[in-house]
Design a protein around this ligand. Sequence first.
Ligand SMILES: Cc1cc2nc3c(=O)[nH]c(=O)nc-3n(C[C@H](O)[C@H](O)[C@H](O)COP(=O)(O)OP(=O)(O)OC[C@H]3O[C@@H](n4cnc5c(N)ncnc54)[C@H](O)[C@@H]3O)c2cc1C
Length: 462
Amino acid sequence: MSTGQPGPRWRNWSGTVGCRPAQLLAPTTEDEVVAAVRAAGERGSPVRPVGSGHSFNALACTDGLLLDLSRYRGVLAVDAAAGEVTVLGGTTLGELAEALDRRGLALANLGTLAEQSVAGAISTGNHGSGLAHAPLSAQVVRLRLVTADGRVRTLDADREPEVFRCARTALGTLGVLSTVTLRCVPQFNLRVSYRTEPLDTVLDGFADWAAEADHVAFSWLPWQERAGLRALRVTAAPRTRDAVRRRYATTIDEVRCGLIGLAGRADTRAVPWLKGRRWRSTRPAVEYVDASHRVFTFPQPVRFLALEHALPLEATPDALRALRRTLRRAGAYSPYSVLVRVGAGDDSPLSPAYGRRTGYVNLTVPRTAGQVELLRAIEPVLRDHGGRPHWGKAHTATAEVLAPRYREWALFQRVRATLDPDGVFASDYTDRVLGPVRPARAPTVVSAQAGPDPAVAVGDGG
Ligand SMILES: Cc1cc2nc3c(=O)[nH]c(=O)nc-3n(C[C@H](O)[C@H](O)[C@H](O)COP(=O)(O)OP(=O)(O)OC[C@H]3O[C@@H](n4cnc5c(N)ncnc54)[C@H](O)[C@@H]3O)c2cc1C
């Protein structure tokens, strides 16, 4: 295990939050993870695990031990017949996707970035798009969790099922995810097609649009009337020759947004002018076919800040109309499009998609003061429409705001108090978003009988 000197400064990918942990350790084996957690517990030091640091907030920050899992990576086992793959928690989604591809397998869905760790992505409710697809954490079939007492618990739907459900979206507050077994599917190609439509047409037919392809998303610049729609359909067709070139089109768009963000940092109202009234995306209007993981993700070299909320699917069109009114009234804009995605419901108590089909609304902004104000302006709009913030993105919600939005909040808190009664995995930030750990007065039995609300349909979009 590499032992950092006390006090190294740590910053997240975005560079927007940082901390100075008393100790930074980068374990490479499960025994080292266990030893680090035990030693920290004995000296009363808090612990926060961190993967690739791609969360836009202070989730990973601590003044105690920062357990950097970025060297704890690798694919341990692939069971093609069972459709399962087991990886170390620090493995990146990209490494996992490439390893599966070499064996003729794939993950059924992915978000837009390949660099995050599997454990970090699971812990924050990371998601892609598609009405039949719940967040990545719903693909977890088994995991090994190093808890505050230094034990390693193996959890799945049969062994400690309630703890398992909670541990699938736990923000690193129940322990360290050591290994994770995920469902995988036979490798598949996707046909990508783009078109533009008036935003109002898309919003009027939102439910039909959301169901029109295996994976759908649209991007929209709020001063414009038209949105860019992207549909991905599973296909038996082979990869087309232009696939590599097409793949980088979105990256080029993002670099241009970054440059415009720099040019417009003094005044967010100048952004539409800087982009040109008729901003032409580099994205092609033609179709192409590529391997699924190369379509889902693309390189994102420009650092930015993002806010995303998970809304009830049916509330999403109204939320977008309200967002348009708010931004147009202010006349202030980001050079990045608002990104809208959809997903199936999830049964993990703290999953932002818990219990409902979901519309995800994301606004990305350059890291300048004026642009960050935009996030402050739109957050209440999304909150008023039933939004739950993405755990890994910027937001100002507190436990008081969040608790009523999660039906099984109390179950999560009971599991947390049982596994980590002394708050070893707590921090100022987790106190803000989850509240402090409140140890149960009587010993808490986490019932194996309790279950999610029968109304909660997992993968209910299929
Ligand atoms: C450019 C970019 C694109 C993005 N695209 C998407 C997207 O398409 N969809 C989406 O949903 N999100 C997206 N995100 C958000 C991001 O993917 C998530 O926040 C994710 O958590 C980041 O993973 P990470 O490894 O960086 O986690 P970190 O930020 O390192 O950690 C996140 C949380 O997980 C915990 N954690 C990390 N490792 C472990 C472990 N081994 N055991 C227990 N807890 C652990 C940490 O304590 C922390 O609470 C994007 C972010 C960026 C910067």
